[in-house]
Write a protein that binds this ligand. Structure first.
Ligand code: ATP
Length: 695
């Protein structure tokens, strides 16, 4: 494999007989594909029998080779390159072989010819960066930026900007517009060809710091987060291969929607999970009242748990007497007390202290042995640490803690909770946190999602949670402080990219301010960026939805849209008895156009609408099931709409969406999410009056 040095790489346009510029580009595509094929064949022909020492290394190597072959696949509908940069000057002294400028083709992956000269440069390489950032005001030595257009895998068009030519005016990119408007059938796509400058800043931000992105619906937060992972894996491949990366999303429907993006960018080793999956120590079967869930997610619970974990620590009442042969060694109570007080004062995990304690007691015994003229070695200390008397002292003073059992007791035993929560939670709050019925055992208790987070916190108090190298946290605004802590533990020695929109927070504990959230995450120094340019929702629709902003997130600026689409918003009032039928008709209308359709409705109305669709002979999918050319309609409960998008959205009865939530603000936020899922058209059907902000 050629090492990636991070150095710019040079490509010289080969002399081709044709003078037609489009044909020349097609020729370059053809020779790049041939080169990629040759690269793959090279790897396929590798014979590892001679070079591997053991069968273990052979398997490891074989796996690497297979991964490499997969990564070198030429996907018919994924263009090998999408852009070209012509620099004014040679990029660097060592690499320049002539006096003129250089050209680089920018694509998803690196491709080189038989001599090792690059034919396509990875979009993440430093030399590709001006493709995304260069502008007329800061051309970055780029003479010409060329974007390519493809139709069904064929290179059919290109578009040039002469950035260093003061005479050329700005024009909107038709290829960019076409890319954004492309019908949305199937899973989420990558945006590698059209990443915008402000998005690129986030994608390529340094790995050492945590970054938080506040962004209105459709501003590309999810897309940017995923491309950032791909970028970081490129720039820090070895480090992240060791420490791991993780993308966290709100639910499985969302995760299946985004799961293809990283593989399409050649990155197959990124884990994806929901917060609930991360904290899966216990089986969740119960549900909390909103008030109980809010309290259990409150950061004060961390202190309650800390006290609970340490509640078993007791000072000794008896000396520890170790018998070895004919001699008895006695560590008196005051010495044991000193050791335990010292361990209590140190900020180490409960479990680590429990492991240190027998060694400390043994050490005290050793000192006594030495004072009486013996010369014990380390083996003696280990043996003493395992002595039954020492074990008994440890058991009494620093008992083992089973995190799930501990939380079970905390939520079942009012006295224990009162002891741990004194001065932290009021009596009413304690009553709200307690389970309605005490749990009998860890297996049978009706754990809730918030309880599982408490168990995770307790587990970490006992034993440190392993940290990953980088975590991307999407739809972060819905996390409770305790959930932020759970995520924070998983990147305590790494960094994070936190993505969210305060206006879309629909949990009772939704984030009110990013600095506060970042504090709970354990990354108070994180930088907060804002994205306001919307790529999904047409101007007319986002302007309508933004009327809700003063009621749901007063501080936030409304998003602008990169697209005008007159006629993209339809409001239709219908009689109640005709509502279901009208919704079915609206779906039919939407399905008459190209792309996907989402019918979004209050969760409570889903069964009724499902029936209406079936009766009308309209097949539909559930969110998370991939849409295809044959199955383009998805029936989406409002509670699952977050993060998803459809070309056309039919929104059923906004008042019911609002009423489906425990309070009006949350209801309006849920509605804001539902109103901002459409790429090309939104039709709102209602029998009840619309919320006043939308009339
Ligand atoms: N630079 C871009 N070029 C082309 N399409 C883009 C670009 N940025 C974003 N998009 C598209 O806009 C749509 C919205 O992006 P994305 O889902 O990442 O937004 P979001 O901010 O996460 O939205 P939400 O807050 O609703 O979850 C996606 O289809 C995405 O591919």
């Amino acid at each position: 494999m050629r090492p990636r040095t991070g150095q710019p790489e040079r490509f010289a346009v080969p002399a081709t007989p044709t003078t037609d510029p489009l044909q020349r580009e097609r020729d370059h595509l053809a020779s790049s594909r041939a080169a990629l094929r040759a690269m793959r064949e090279d790897v396929e022909s590798l014979d590892i029998r001679d070079v591997t020492g053991t069968w273990v290394t052979a398997i490891v190597l074989q796996n690497q080779i297979e991964a490499r072959i997969a990564a070198l696949a030429d996907l018919a509908h994924t263009p090998l390159f999408f852009g070209r940069l012509d620099y004014l000057h040679a990029i660097s002294e060592e690499l320049s072989e002539g006096s003129g400028g250089e050209s680089f083709y920018i694509g998803r992956r690196h491709v080189h010819d038989a001599d090792g000269d690059p034919m396509v440069i990875d979009w993440r390489a430093p030399v590709s960066q001006p493709f995304y950032r260069a502008s007329r005001t800061a051309p970055m030595d780029v003479e010409r930026r060329r974007r390519f257009g493809y139709t069904g895998g064929e290179l059919t068009a290109y578009e040039d900007e002469h950035l260093s030519d003061p005479a050329e005016g700005d024009t909107a990119s038709a290829l960019l517009a076409a890319e954004i408007e492309k019908p949305r059938v199937g899973p989420m796509r990558d945006i590698v060809a059209t990443i915008q400058p402000e998005q690129d800043e986030i994608v390529r931000a340094d790995i050492s710091g945590t970054l938080c992105v506040q962004g209105a619906p459709g501003t590309g937060k999810t897309a940017v987060g995923l491309h950032r992972v791909a970028y970081l894996l490129y720039a820090h491949r070895e480090r992240l291969a060791r420490t791991g990366t993780l993308v966290i999303g709100p639910n499985n429907a969302f995760l299946s929607y985004i799961e293809q993006v990283l593989p399409a960018l050649g990155e197959l080793d990124v884990a994806q999970a929901t917060v609930q999956q991360l904290v899966g120590h216990v089986e969740v079967r119960g549900e909390d009242s909103p008030e109980a869930a809010r309290l259990k997610g409150d950061a004060r619970m961390a202190e309650v748990l800390r006290r609970a974990v340490r509640s078993g620590i007791a000072l000794p009442t008896e000396p520890c007497v170790v018998v070895r042969g004919s001699r008895r060694w006695r560590v008196p109570v005051h010495e044991l007390t000193e050791i335990i007080e010292e361990l209590k004062g140190r900020e180490i995990r409960y479990g680590a202290a429990a492991e240190a304690l027998p060694q400390r007691i043994a050490h005290a015994v050793l000192l006594k042995m030495e004072q009486s003229g013996e010369a014990p070695d380390d083996r003696v200390q280990d043996a003493v640490a395992r002595n039954a008397a020492v074990k008994a002292t440890v058991k009494q003073c620093w008992p083992a803690v089973d995190p799930a059992k501990l939380v079970l007791r905390l939520l079942s035993d009012p006295e224990f909770l009162a002891a741990c929560a004194e001065g932290v939670l009021t009596a009413e709050e304690q009553a709200a946190v307690l389970w309605p019925k005490p749990g009998r055992s860890v297996k049978t208790a009706r754990w809730t999602a918030a309880d599982a987070v408490l168990v995770d916190e307790a587990t970490d108090l006992v034993r440190r949670t392993a940290s990953l190298g980088h975590v991307v946290l999407d739809e972060a605004q819905d996390l409770s402080p305790m959930q932020y802590r759970a995520v924070g533990r998983r990147c305590s020695t790494g960094s994070a990219t936190v993505l969210g929109d305060l206006a879309q927070g629909t949990t009772p504990w939704a984030t009110a301010s990013w600095p506060e959230a970042l504090h709970h995450l354990g990354k108070p120094a994180a930088h907060v960026e804002e994205l306001t340019k919307g790529f999904r929702v047409p101007e007319e629709v986002i302007a309508y939805a933004s009327r809700l902003l003063p009621s749901i997130a007063p501080g936030l600026a409304p998003a602008t849209s990169v697209r005008e689409a007159p006629g993209s918003l339809t409001l239709r009032r219908v009689a109640e008895e005709e509502r279901a039928e009208a919704v079915v008709e609206a779906c039919r209308r939407a399905l008459g156009r190209e792309g996907s359709t989402g019918l979004i409705a209050a969760d409570a109305r889903i069964p009724l609408l499902a029936e209406a669709l079936t009766a009308a002979g309209l097949p539909y999918l559930a969110p998370g099931t991939e849409t295809s050319a044959e199955a383009r309609l998805t029936l989406v409960p409002a509670s699952l709409a977050k993060g998803l998008e459809y070309d056309y959205v039919v929104l059923d009865e906004p008042a019911a969406v609002v009423a489906g939530e425990p309070d009006e603000r949350t209801g309006l936020r849920r509605l804001y999410v539902a109103l901002t899922r459409a790429v090309s058209g939104l039709e709102v059907l209602h029998a009840e009056p619309l919320p006043e902000q939308l009339r």
